[in-house]
Design a protein around this ligand. Structure first.
Ligand SMILES: [Zn+2]
Length: 221
């Protein structure tokens, strides 16, 4: 069994601490940042940088002990970030970058596709909507305003078609229920019995879709 240990190293700008994991070659570098704060905080940034923020007078020995206690959590958190980054990179590598003009064209196509779907499903669900707009929201796939305006992230049309349909149905269901209650999901289920599968797909692949630079995928009708 490998001995887990900690050692200290110097890094430009400040002190960094190497934390070794149980597995082979697993090592995390943690920046030690002293500031006027009163409490200790450990963070893993979106790009995988680990920082331990401590008060000026905080003894380094205690910082090391803190890291030791947090080690299992830390390795899990870093692994999660690494996986996300890997997926994002794969998505970007698989797709050539698209130009501004191409993106505009995709957006127009996306709007046409989504409008067609919204019209079909609105009729089936017995609802109406006002305007349909296509945006590049990073955090959501769609939204429905109280006035009945639908917004969609244009990239949702790059997903498998049932997933695109689900997002359209989801937003239209908000025309009946402005919440995510059980009744809301029953409305969706009545139209799409396997909607959970599409939700799951979005959970697993949404990031690649959001950050990928797809160029060839829109050819659905
Ligand atoms: Zn919703």
């Amino acid at each position: 069994m490998l001995r887990e240990k900690m050692s200290r190293g110097k890094q430009k700008g400040g002190k960094s601490i190497m934390i070794e994991g149980a597995g082979e070659g697993t090592q995390i570098s943690c920046e030690l940042v002293r500031s006027g704060r009163k409490t200790v905080a450990l963070e893993v940034s979106r790009d995988g940088v680990v920082r331990l923020r401590i008060p000026y007078q905080y003894p380094e020995k205690m910082a090391l002990e803190f890291l030791e206690r947090k080690r299992p959590w830390l390795f899990q958190a870093v692994e999660k970030v690494n996986q996300r980054q890997k997926k994002r990179k794969e998505a970007q590598a698989a797709c050539p970058e698209i130009t501004e003009a191409e993106e505009q064209a995709y957006r127009r196509q996306a709007k046409a596709i989504l409008t067609q779907k919204a019209d079909v499903y609105a009729k089936r669900m017995g609802v109406t909507y006002e305007k349909l707009m296509v945006k590049d929201q990073k955090t959501r796939w769609g939204s429905c305003s109280a006035k009945g305006n639908l917004n969609f992230n244009w990239r949702i049309v790059l997903a498998p078609e049932p997933v695109t349909d689900y997002v359209v149905i989801h937003e239209l269901a908000h025309r009946i229920h402005m919440n995510h209650s059980a009744a809301f999901y029953q409305t969706i289920e009545a139209i799409m019995p396997d909607y959970r599968r599409q939700e799951q797909w979005l959970k697993e692949n949404g990031d690649s879709l959001r950050y990928g630079r797809q160029s060839s995928a829109i050819s659905k009708s």
